[in-house]
Design a protein around this ligand. Structure first.
Ligand code: NAD
Length: 423
């Protein structure tokens, strides 16, 4: 991989990308400039530096963040990411995208995000637990059942959420189930939450394919990232008759034009820790994966994967963004000009936050639903939201990302206008 130049680093700053996308949507709208400025800034940003006792007796300092972009439509909501490249601008962008996402699926939440600068693979399980509990304590001045509700993101999972819920519950002296979502079902989690984001991606892909008159049977799919979102999306796309021809993880990619056995890849991942452990495929680079011959591309890893450098070579006709921010604004322009249909992150991966909302509703009502009920409601939300966005795209003759942002900005700006500016 070539070393990024100063310009590419600047261009690929996720917060600058998020602002650029917002400006494009605002150009279609008559939002008062003062209100538009409110939407551009995160409401609160917390940086924490905290010590953790390591297994060998030493003390190590960690840095973490929690950003609230907007609380205007309700408590803020957004995942927590553990990654060595987390920084404040990334968290700001992810928090802003959460605001839009919640507004698009019309759930009563604002947007937030958190992150810790860490490669969790370098820590033991006990160290990870101590780090998580201390981070939760540091950000406890912001999070809460009615204030701000975290969820899993890259390298965090139901166990991480259980530790956070337990930490906050110990502080409060009673169980506070609704302080985080994405928990294990045994401690107030929802049926269907683990699969929800990938399942939502599948619904979004199905709706888009239907709109494009693209039958799913035999359609070639490539999935970048094989974690919570990517692996579930791949499995469900295969279940609905697609041929998953390529997948990747951070260690590399695999390709088989005849189709991969997705369950076989999952087994290989379990036993070897890498998708590359699957034998019936050709190993390829992560760069080559994105430009493979295919019909549907599902980026489900990190930001800035589809850029001005590879957008011309992408062969998919449909891109469904499982990841947040996988496409830079420059790549977006190139792909839109080429007629590639893109279902943007803030719509395509909104299934996760939708079922997180269902989990929170179940927690605060102490009344739990069946998996079938969760999935039925999720499907209804995804189909309705896709069609709401498509209608705006058609009315305004614009792409789906801009249409999704228009819908979100209208809803958030309306709430802001009705509430008024305090005091
Ligand atoms: P995860 O940690 O479960 O999986 C991430 C996957 O991406 C892993 O397979 C990892 O190996 C792979 N990966 C990392 N760097 C890569 C690289 N450079 N090239 C290829 N693969 C790489 O994370 P996740 O929860 O599946 O999240 C993936 C994306 O989806 C993120 O952008 C996240 O913000 C977004 N998202 C997640 C949820 C959720 O509910 N978990 C909801 C909405 C959006």
């Amino acid at each position: 991989m070539s070393t990024p130049t100063a310009t590419t680093v600047k261009q690929n700053n996720p917060y600058q990308n998020a602002l650029q996308q917002l400006d494009k949507a605002l150009s279609f709208l008559d939002v008062e400039p003062g209100l538009a400025d409110v939407l551009k800034k995160p409401q609160r940003e917390l940086t924490v530096h905290f010590p953790v006792a390591m297994d060998n007796g030493s003390t190590r300092m960690f840095t973490g963040y929690r950003v609230h972009h907007s609380l205007v439509r309700g408590p803020s909501k957004g995942g927590i990411r553990y990654h060595h490249q987390v920084d404040l601008d990334e968290v700001r962008a992810l928090a802003m995208w959460m605001t839009w996402k919640c507004a698009i699926v019309n759930i009563p939440y604002g947007g937030a995000k958190g992150g810790v600068v860490v490669d969790p693979r370098q820590l033991s399980l006990r160290e990870l637990e101590r780090m998580t509990r201390r981070y939760a304590t540091e950000i406890s001045i912001l999070i809460g059942e009615e204030e701000d509700i975290p969820a899993p993101d890259v390298n965090t999972n139901p166990q991480t959420m259980a530790w956070i819920m337990d930490t906050i519950s110990m502080h409060e002296g009673h169980s506070v189930l609704g302080v985080v979502t994405g928990k294990p079902v045994d401690v107030g989690g929802s049926q269907g939450r683990v699969e929800a984001t990938g399942r939502g991606v599948m619904y979004a892909a199905r709706e888009a394919a239907h709109h494009m008159d693209m039958p799913l049977a035999g359609t070639r799919v490539v999935v970048q990232g094989f974690g919570n979102v990517g692996s579930v999306a791949a499995r469900l796309m295969a279940h609905y008759g697609c041929k998953v021809v390529g997948v990747s993880d951070q260690y590399g990619a695999i390709y088989n034009p005849r189709g991969l056995d997705v369950n076989g890849v999952l087994d290989a991942l379990k036993t070897t820790g890498k998708v590359g452990g699957y034998q019936d495929a050709q190993p390829i680079s992560n760069t080559d994966l994105l430009t493979l011959p295919c019909d549907i591309l599902i980026p489900a890893a990190l930001e800035n994967q589809i850029t001005a450098e590879n957008a011309e070579q992408i062969q998919a006709r449909l891109i469904v963004e499982g990841a947040n921010g996988p496409t830079t604004p420059e790549a977006d322009d190139i792909l839109n000009k080429r007629g590639v249909f893109i279902v943007p992150d803030i719509l395509a991966n909104a299934g996760g936050v939708t079922v997180s909302y269902f989990e929170w509703v179940q927690d605060i009502g102490f009344f739990f639903w069946s998996e079938e009920e969760v999935n039925d409601r999720l499907r209804a939300v995804m189909i309705r939201s896709f069609n709401d966005v498509l209608k705006i795209a058609q009315e305004k003759s614009t792409d789906l990302r801009t249409a999704a942002l228009i819908l979100a900005v209208l809803r958030v700006a309306k709430a802001l206008e009705i509430r008024g500016i305090y005091p």
